[in-house]
Write a new protein. Sequence first.
Length: 487
Amino acid sequence: MKKRLILLGTIVFLTFLGCGEDYLEVEPTEFLSAEQVAEAAQDNQYVADALINGVYSLMVQTGTGGTNLRHDDFGQKGYDIYTDMLSSDMALSSSSYGWYTYITQYQTTQDFTLISNYQPWRYYYRLIRSCNLIIDGNGGNDAVPDTDLGKSVMGQAKAIRAHSYFYLTQLFANSYNPSQEILPLYISPDQQSLPKSTTEDVFNQIVQDLTDAISLLDNYTRDNKVKVDKHVAKAILAYVYAAMGNDTGVISMTNDVITQGGFPIMSSSEVVGGFNNVSTPGWIWGIDITLDSGLDLVSWWGQIDLFTYSYAWAGDRKSIDSDLYASIPANDIRKTQFPPSYNLMPINKFYHQNRVVGGQRFIESDYVFMRSAEMYLLAAEAYAELGQDFNARERLKELVQLRVPDASYIDGLSGQALKDEIYFQTRVELWGEGKTYLALKRNQRSTTRGSNHLSFVGETIQHDDERLTFEIPEAEIQNNPNLNTQN
């Protein structure tokens, strides 16, 4: 009976949330109201849990960016591809159907009228709206629910809201500039048509939400990895602190996850094992994709994996940048992830376990959102920024010694050379996982495109180049009188 209630709540929530054209309306008939959420939670607390499950479903479902036909609209992993391509570490090395050419040619980020520009805005604000309903229905932003279940739902909603705002800050602002006005900050479903808030205000809210989430989730034990627990919330906060330049905060959060979370670094065999199983011990956050998820052609696996019946198999190849590949040492296990005979596609990193070319028709391979290696790399980066080179080297070596036969060369690195190595290892280790763009921006790096890209070959692009940052979409500006075209 409990499972039926959870499933019913999830279906109802997604049905109401999936229909609205303007997700920032105050009382649209398409959405459940905060009052309805509160009433449902009072009647049966498991319904509240079902509602947060509905939010997680939005993160992997198609069309959540507001489109019905686009095959790049499938939740968080879709925007991981966007950012990997913007960083240029992922090359669109051949194109038969045209998907992502608008990203690799920087059309999406420069033209605020394009639907591909609107999709991430719509997706993340849809998640925010959903979380706002749950938070309001459980007493509002300052409330602390009485029950453990209520606390866990409130904590998860606040963490997902923070995660959504964080990604909006990365996509729609060039850099961390506290005084710059960047985004409308909605923290209640009753708010509408707000002007842009400053970077400082948005980040203050993100930090507050994650701090609250960590506290609310302190005694929560999740039943599967799609749910945010305190370790996931701390990992997200580590990324937020890194973007803010708060290196002490990064070290505190990453070390907590490393020492308390129980997530080992993926082994050398695991990093060539397909990245298809959420039960992998080194995965901190991910989702178990089953046939009930309803994913097929339109999915992350369909766009990336040669062994899935979809675009990567049919000619839209996504490959590692040729220069980045060339810089990986020959004895590094990760170099084998990208065979030259397959145009540097990640056929030995991301693949369906049966390894039949074009074989996975309906998606059962899992999605990874975050894993432990990220915490080691973030910690090393923060230590290096603080000039604590010994600690930086130790954290970095814990990872690299699992990838190469001899990582002792790291002992001789310091200063800028050490920072460069940490950045390089971040690009190699996390290729295709949607994290390089974040590293590019926070480290204020440049990127130079290798020969296997279809556009801008050999061009060097700086982290604050306008082509790497989205414009607020035309549709949002038209519907919000407090915004203007000066983004």
